[in-house]
Design a binder for this molecule. Structure first.
Ligand code: PHE
Length: 341
């Protein structure tokens, strides 16, 4: 019997569990009611009385060793599990979702306008935001005394020679005419800068899209039809346009384009100030002076140009009543446009 006791003692000492569940299993097998220790206790009842003292002590030692060993192993494994959990965080916690942003309504509207004109064969052109006098004013037939050349209207970086922030994307027109011989058919989106006080209807930074089409035999009728197509695509099939005579140094004749108010259907409301019409852009036939200034023969070629503020088009389409909202980047405002385009 001593052999059996020693053998069990060796196994208790050699026991190296990996998990708490193994310890419990081991405890039941050794110390449980039908466990190995109790089996030895039963056997102990049958041994000769002179052996009882010695064997009884051995059995007690075995029992205590087993209990101690099991308790220590339990504690060790619990500590290890706690350490692991605190290192990796609580792995059972649900993950935290990373919220995604959304595209800015100005980008969405710009992409939409570009898409409409690309269907008419326009490609996209770009140009610098910091420009010189030639590309923003002189090449576009601005007379020397024009008020746009004044510090009140334009942000100058340097004077003589004038370096300034472009006040309109028409400067990209000039760069296109320099770079390419007709036919030219481009759409030029970009940021523009004007020295204006910020209010609900004006900002010193905003976005424009300018269009330019130069070829042989381009007419005012082509301009009107292109803009009607654009208006219907952006504001809906029922939309009408009208043109009012206007003035720009770089176009002759020039016009302001209105679209029928899509909020009241042309009946007159607060947004269209009772007129039924909303002003969305300026346009006209490229002035022959501008063509010659840029090395294009006005006898052979003609063209039209138009330009609009992207903020304004998006305001009119979606009833945004304060221009400043576009620049605040409040996600509650921006998210409203996710599915709007
Ligand atoms: N550049 C003009 C503006 O900023 C818009 C325009 C573009 C008008 C092209 C006519 C032709 O107001």
């Amino acid at each position: 019997m001593t052999d059996k006791i020693n053998e069990l003692l060796r196994r208790v000492e050699a026991f190296r569990p990996k998990a708490a569940a193994e310890v419990e299993e081991f405890r039941i097998r050794i110390l449980g009611k039908k466990g190995e220790l109790n089996a030895l206790m039963e056997e102990f009842k049958t041994v000769a009385p002179e052996l009882k003292r010695e064997l009884g002590q051995q059995l007690n030692r075995l029992k205590n060793t087993a209990l101690e060993r099991i308790n220590t192993l339990r504690e060790e494994l619990q500590d290890a599990a706690a350490d692991q959990a605190s290192e990796a965080g609580d792995l059972t916690r649900p993950g935290s979702a990373a919220p995604i942003g959304s595209r800015h309504p100005i980008s969405l509207m710009k992409n939409r306008i570009v898409e409409v004109f690309s269907r008419l064969g326009y490609t996209v052109a770009d140009g610098p935001e910091i420009e010189d006098d030639w590309h923003v004013f002189s090449a576009l037939n601005f007379p020397p005394e024009h008020p746009a050349r004044d510090m009140q209207d334009t942000f100058f970086i340097e004077k003589n020679p004038d370096i300034l922030l472009r006040t309109h994307t028409s400067s990209i027109q000039v760069r296109m005419m320099e770079r390419q011989k007709p036919p030219i058919r481009v759409i030029c989106p970009g940021r523009v800068f004007r020295n204006e006080a910020i209010s609900y209807r004006a900002h010193c930074i905003f976005h424009q899209i300018e269009g330019l089409y130069i070829d042989e035999g381009v007419s005012f009728a082509d301009l009107k039809q292109s803009l009607l197509y654009f208006a219907k695509e952006i504001f809906g099939e029922q939309t009408a346009i009208r043109m009012r005579p206007s003035y720009f140094p770089f176009t002759e004749p020039s016009a302001e384009v209105d679209v029928s108010c899509n909020l009241c259907g042309g009946k007159g409301c607060a947004v269209c100030k009772g007129t039924g019409w909303l002003e969305i852009m300026g346009c006209g036939m490229v002035d022959p002076n501008v063509l010659s200034a840029n090395g294009i023969d006005p006898q052979k070629y003609s063209g039209f140009a138009f330009g609009m503020g992207i903020e304004r088009v998006a305001m009119l389409k979606y009833g945004v009543n304060d221009l400043r909202l576009y620049f605040e980047n409040d996600i509650r405002f921006l998210h409203q446009f996710d599915t709007a385009f």
